[in-house]
Every structure is written in structure tokens, then in C-alpha cells.
Design a binder for this molecule. Structure first.
Ligand code: RIB
Ligand code: CA
Length: 314
């Protein structure tokens, strides 16, 4: 049974790898569309980068939409120091073969969900949640067609990566994150606690590079660049591979362990904006609104990534 998904992303190297993984899984996942949001780099780059991944994957059947160019309330913060000026350094940037769709991403999400007739759609956000929140506020009825939201964001034991207490996606748009976590739809939340277990070590990158296809070599090149920031910062022997964890969960959920918890997002404090208060021990009495993913089989994850990227070599 093919699962219909919409990936909402801010490529960014790890978003780009999530797209390549999802595109390779074309018998398991039907990518209804890719929507883009400002985050790692500004919107005009995230949408271009998403279209470039469609080209590299040879998926001219997938349309890319641009969404919100800034968060709901706060000013946009970006992360060129991590992702490079293009957002997908060190790849050679070329003009994508196909144009950006003219419809706004939020309207595409609303229209797709209101019109779907052959089963629900899974939302897979891997950037700030501005587009998803806007769609929910604009038309709450869309949630009847969403079976779950599988998102990358938040942190519990790992603390923050872009402020002392907040993970980047939550920090960029905490108000949007609040709307999403309060919407009532089942959420699978992949935070830093799990993504920091999934490290792109040199041997894993070489295993990917050896596949030889343009998609595999692009993945290896992007991960080598993307790794350096976190390896220096954390002293890790590889960089965390955040966003592809969402797609890997869709393909092989048994690679992960999770616990139903309440997750609440700080929206008022300037000091801790975007902090995800994960009630892992059920202390608050607040409703359990998410599956908080806390463990990954990292070796199994990379076996899966290689298995699917190998499909580009056929
Ligand atoms: O904190 C990691 C997240 O922020 C990832 O989604 C990365 O792409 C950035 O968007
Ligand atoms: Ca991202």
C-alpha cells in the first residue's frame, strides 16, 4: 500500500537527502508534492534547491511549491553558517529544469487535503512549521485528511542547537510549532535526541559515495560539507543526519523507539523561545499529543539509506 505524503522542507543538505530518500522509495511513497519554507536559507533558495533535487532524482513528476518567506510572528533567522550560502553547498548550482509552481504552498496543502479521495495524506515537515500552521489556521477541515504529521524538530535531553534551549526548526517559528502541536492530529516528533544518534561518519559517507550515481555522489558531497559544523561543535565522529529520519520512519518505523508524551512549545520568553517542553515522565497532566522519538538503530538507518539510494544506480 503506497502512502501519500507532502514533504514541507527548507533544503538544506539534510532536507535534500530526505527528498532523495523519499524520491527513491517511489513504490512505497507517493510524493503528492514538495512545499518549501524559509529556514536554513531564504525561500528563493529553498524552493530552487528542492527543484534541483527533483532533477537529480529524475523525478519530473513531482511539483515544487514555495510557501512562507518568514515566520508567523518572529523575524526570519537563517543558518548559512551551517549550510553554506546556497543551502546545499558544495553542489554545483544549475538552473532547475522545471519551473516553480505558481500556487502558494499553503494553498496547495489546503487544496490537496480537501480534494484527496483515495485515502489520507501524511505531512512530513522537515523545516520551520510556518506553512503547516498557516494551512491549519486557514482551513482546519484539512486535518480530517491528515493521518499523521511526521516532523523533524525539538529537543529534550540534547538541549538546543541554535539557542541554548531550542532546536532550529522550533526556534525559527515557535508560534507555528505551537499551532501544530496543539492541532490534535497524531504527531511523530523526531528531535535532536534521536537525530544526534544518527551520525554520518566517514565510512558511512564512503559507502554512499561508492554507489556511484549522481544522487549518491551528491548525497556524499553534501554530507561531507554539512558534517563539519556539528563535528567541530560537538566533537562528534560524524554529523547528525536530521531530516531523513522522518522518511526512514515512514519506510521502517521499527528502526526507532518512541513514547507518547505531551510536547509544548515556548512562544513568549525571548530567552527560551522555541524550547520544546517534552513531558517524558507524564508529570504535567497535559494531554499526550505526540510520539516523542528517543532512540534510533543508526546502523539500520544507514543500511536503509544505502538500500534506497542504490536504486538510483539501476
Ligand atoms: O535542527 C535541525 C533542523 O534544522 C533540520 O531540519 C535542518 O535542516 C534545519 O532545518
Ligand atoms: Ca530542515
Amino acid at each position: 500500500m503506497t502512502r501519500k505524503i507532502i514533504i514541507d522542507c527548507d533544503p538544506g543538505q539534510d532536507d535534500a537527502v530526505a527528498l532523495l530518500l523519499a524520491f527513491a522509495a517511489n513504490s512505497e511513497l507517493e510524493v503528492v508534492g514538495v512545499t518549501t519554507v524559509a529556514g536554513n536559507v531564504p525561500l528563493e533558495l529553498t524552493e530552487r534547491n528542492a527543484r534541483l533535487m527533483c532533477d537529480i532524482a529524475g523525478r519530473d513528476d513531482v511539483d515544487v511549491y514555495a510557501g512562507c518567506s518568514r515566520p508567523l510572528v518572529r523575524s526570519l533567522i537563517t543558518a548559512e553558517k551551517v549550510h553554506g550560502r546556497t543551502g546545499i553547498d558544495p553542489l554545483q548550482i544549475r538552473q532547475p529544469s522545471r519551473p516553480l509552481k505558481s500556487q502558494h504552498a499553503v494553498d496547495f496543502i489546503v487544496d490537496s487535503l480537501l480534494s484527496t479521495e483515495d485515502g489520507p495524506i501524511t505531512l512530513v515537515p522537515t523545516g520551520p512549521l510556518t506553512n503547516i500552521a498557516m494551512a491549519i489556521v486557514k482551513e482546519p477541515a484539512i486535518l480530517d485528511a491528515v493521518d499523521k504529521i511526521v516532523l523533524m524538530g525539538g529537543a529534550m535531553r540534547e538541549a538546543g542547537n541554535h539557542s541554548p534551549s531550542a532546536e532550529f526548526n522550533m526556534l525559527v517559528d515557535p508560534h507555528a510549532a505551537h499551532v501544530v502541536f496543539e492541532c490534535g492530529t497524531p504527531i511523530i516528533a523526531m528531535g535532536l535526541d534521536v537525530t544526534h544518534q544518527v551520525l554520518s561518519t566517514p565510512d558511512r559517507i564512503e559507502r554512499i559515495r561508492a554507489l556511484g550515481s549522481e544522487a549518491a555522489v551528491a548525497t556524499a558531497d553534501m554530507l561531507e560539507f554539512y558534517n563539519r559544523h556539528d563535528m567541530e561543535k560537538y566533537g562528534m565522529h560524524g554529523g547528525p543526519l536530521h531530516d531523513p529520519c522522518t522518511v526512514a520512519w515512514l519506510l521502517k518505523p521499527e528502526l526507532f523507539k518512541s513514547k507518547r508524551c505531551n510536547v509544548a512549545v515556548e512562544t513568549t520568553s525571548e530567552l527560551t523561545a522555541g524550547h520544546t517542553a517534552v513531558d517524558f515522565w507524564g508529570i504535567s497532566g497535559r494531554p499526550e499529543n505526540a510520539e516523542w522519538v528517543y532512540e534510533a538503530d543508526a546502523a539500520g538507518f544507514y543500511d536503509l539509506l544505502v538500500e534506497y539510494l542504490e536504486r538510483y544506480s539501476r
